[in-house]
Design a protein around this ligand. Structure first.
Ligand code: ZN
Length: 455
């Protein structure tokens, strides 16, 4: 029966890319789990070099991809789930497709299903990056996820490596009882925010609920924090990013300070959020005893995960996609856009499908006003284009200068004809709006399909 289940699922894995069912990233696993619900623990048991899971509201796809690049460079054969296929079905699909030589698993896991996946695959390294407000109508309050993560951590065997972003107070509090902790975070940087943005999800002490004090705020509620009431504070960092340079919308350069010394790092990825992603991947690579030089070369060669930050040549223009699916991610991208030397052609796209979250009120927590002075032209698009238009209008943007295009194909036509040659166009799409935009660009032969990219 087991073999038959696998055979059927593999047949689906072969067929579904041909049938255009999301590139076969989840469908085969879904079929396998229906036929054989215990398939994941059994298949994961074959990963004798380790099972690493990465979870976060923002950055899990990019971090997984960076770490996979490093392991490949280190000639450790690893298996990963496809970008965004981070529920159990996506992981089952990856395990199903794995070859016998792949002994290491590197999986991005949706924050809502993390405890279940950790238990099923027996994760021996867990990387927790951040928790921001996202898709509340899918999982309920952020608090529910925090609590489920905490009770997951309480049950972990002592041997599990827990890599924690120390700049996120709630993750530190949730993990403090675990004996095997590695903390990463950002040292002092010129790119810190002046204060906590109003989108910040939690600036209260996770232990005593008192207002936290920050000597530095990096993204949303993350930074160098302490509670003067109960004494909880950011722990000492095992891996610290220092001397950070954000080089426009394309590159980052910094040093990683750890017990073994100070390592210069460069990556073709933009923004402070990617400093966190690279730092987490580097810290995980060190747990695998991968040489620093190997990690450094791999990091320098990594390209952004599709659609998260991706530049596509749009005839004589350059279109850069920066995924913005919640306030923390969107605000981080706006900070990155502020680094662009010229004025920008901006498109913001918003859908309200299940994968985006049905509630689009989060756009009111994004500080779009910050970049108004940089905007040369503004297009809003997607199924909730008019909500965006209203948001910009209320922020004080001249409504006469907002172009509304709720159809993606119209938007692309408009960008192609109305922006001058050699323009840089920046698009901030929600998740399914990003998929729609890419699909339209693919159908016009302007880029490739993401599932052909491989991991
Ligand atoms: Zn406190």
């Amino acid at each position: 029966m087991r073999h038959l289940a696998r055979f059927i699922a593999k047949a689906i894995a072969f067929l579904s890319p041909l049938l255009r069912q999301g590139g076969g990233t989840s469908a085969p696993g879904l079929a396998l789990l229906k036929l054989d619900p215990k398939a994941v623990p059994r298949m994961a048991a074959g990963l004798s070099d380790g099972r690493i899971v990465i979870s976060a509201t923002n950055g899990k796809t990019s971090t997984t991809r960076i770490l996979s690049n490093i392991t490949t460079k280190a000639q450790i054969s690893s298996v990963s789930n496809a970008a965004g296929a981070n529920l159990k079905s996506g992981i089952a699909t990856a395990l199903l497709k794995k070859s016998s030589s792949q002994k290491l698993g590197v999986f991005e896991v949706d924050e809502g299903v993390l405890p279940e996946i950790v238990a099923e695959i027996g994760a021996d390294t867990i990387i927790l990056m951040n928790l921001f407000r996202d898709q509340l109508d899918r999982y309920g309050e952020l608090e529910t996820i925090r609590e489920s993560w905490k009770s997951m951590i309480d049950k972990l065997p002592a041997s599990t490596n827990l890599l924690i972003n120390a700049d996120d107070p709630s993750l530190v509090f949730a993990s403090l009882c675990h004996p095997n902790l590695i903390f990463f975070g950002l040292g002092e940087t010129d790119y810190a925010l002046e204060s906590i943005p109003h989108a910040a999800d939690s600036s209260q002490c996770p232990r005593c609920n008192n207002q936290l004090q920050y000597s530095q705020v990096t993204i949303s509620h993350m930074g160098n924090w302490q509670c003067i009431q109960c004494g909880l504070s950011r722990p000492d960092l095992d891996f610290e990013a220092t001397e950070i340079e954000l080089r426009g919308v394309e590159n980052i350069k910094f040093k990683i300070l750890s017990r073994t010394g100070e390592e210069p790092i460069e990556a073709k990825l933009p923004g402070l959020h990617n400093v966190y992603n690279v730092l987490a991947a580097f810290a995980a690579a060190k747990q695998l005893d991968i040489q620093t030089e190997t990690a450094r070369i791999a990091i320098a060669s990594v390209n952004a995960a599709f659609g998260r930050t991706e530049t596509i040549q749009l005839k004589d223009k350059k279109l850069t996609l920066l995924l913005a699916k919640n306030p923390a991610g969107a605000n981080s991208n706006l900070e990155t856009l502020l680094l662009h030397p010229e004025r920008i052609h901006l498109s913001v796209l918003l859908n309200d499908r299940i994968a985006d979250g049905r509630d689009v009120s989060w756009i009111w927590d994004v500080d779009y006003e910050k970049i108004f002075h940089k905007i040369e032209s503004l297009h809003v698009g997607g199924e909730r284009a008019y909500d965006l238009a209203l948001r910009f209008m209320y922020g004080g943007y001249d409504p006469e200068k907002i172009t509304v295009k709720d159809k993606i194909s119209d938007l692309i036509d408009c960008l192609l004809t109305e922006t001058p040659p050699d323009s840089s166009i920046f698009v901030l799409p929600s998740y399914t709006a990003m998929l729609d935009l890419r699909a339209e660009l693919v159908s016009r032969g302007l880029t490739h399909e993401f599932w052909k990219e491989g991991l």
